[in-house]
Design a protein around this ligand. Structure first.
Ligand code: C5P
Length: 234
């Protein structure tokens, strides 16, 4: 049995025979509010893995370098080994979520320009919002790495917005993570799925993402299945 290196809320990371590669296994767990709300949904790991692989392949084809080597089976991917920057990189195209809660801003405002946010990925402190100066002083990343991450993230936003619009979904906001290889190359890592994006139907604004679980307003598996079905219809 391969060595388990890390276990997160929704994933396990295993060593492989190749020291430059990891295997990521997608679990069925869903958490919200920094783990306060926790449940399991049979098949969620399969749906997220399938959706995320389609998106990572699309981004690779558009010139974004990612950790993905290949999808091994419905739950597992083989990826390049990276050290993850302890940063949650967030883009907002429409206001909602913690932005509105923190600032008392109106919900659902379409932004003329995307808002770029960084959070310090640290459960003990509740993943606090930080700026680039904080990230440098905390040695989470250097200035050059932060500039690369911001430029790549804005490009990923444009690609994802256009991609989801093809399926009649608005990309409201999302969170991504980056990592660095032993050679110093910065790659998009982790996943992109309805767990990490907010997606609203273009016509009805119905939610097609983890907010159905966070807010108890729908069936998570049926919702994620619908996202995949729209993607596969194209
Ligand atoms: O909660 P908040 O409004 O800050 O979330 C912004 C975006 O980041 C949402 O798409 C959410 O799904 C994602 N996110 C995430 N993991 C976190 C925090 C936020 O995927 N720990």
């Amino acid at each position: 049995m391969a060595e388990l290196l890390y276990e997160g809320k929704a994933k396990q990371v295993y060593a492989t025979e190749n020291p430059d590669q990891y295997l990521i296994h997608n679990k069925d767990d869903a958490t919200a509010g920094n783990g306060v709300k926790h449940d399991q949904f049979a098949g969620k790991g399969v749906l997220n893995n399938t959706i995320s692989c389609i998106i990572f392949n699309m981004l690779e084809e558009a010139g974004i370098k990612t950790h993905l080597i290949e999808k091994l089976n419905e739950r597992d991917v083989l990826v390049k080994k990276v050290d993850i920057f302890p940063l949650e990189v967030i883009i907002r195209n429409i206001t909602t979520g913690s932005f509105c809660k923190r600032l008392g801003a109106p919900e659902g405002k379409v932004l003329a320009e995307p808002i770029y946010e960084l959070c310090y990925k640290n459960d003990d402190f509740g993943d606090p919002l930080i700026n680039e100066d904080h990230a440098v002083v905390l040695e989470l990343a250097n200035r050059e790495e932060l500039a690369f991450i911001k430029e790549a993230t804005l490009k990923i936003n444009e690609l994802l917005k256009a991609f989801f619009l093809e399926f009649n979904l608005k990309l409201v906001d999302f969170k991504i993570e980056f990592g660095k290889t032993a050679d110093g190359e910065i790659l998009l890592a982790d996943e992109i799925s309805p767990d990490s994006c907010r997606l609203w139907d273009v016509e009805t604004n119905q939610k097609y993402d983890k907010d159905v679980f966070r807010q108890d307003i729908g069936d998570l598996i049926e919702t994620y299945k619908e996202v995949l079905a729209r993607m596969e219809k194209k």
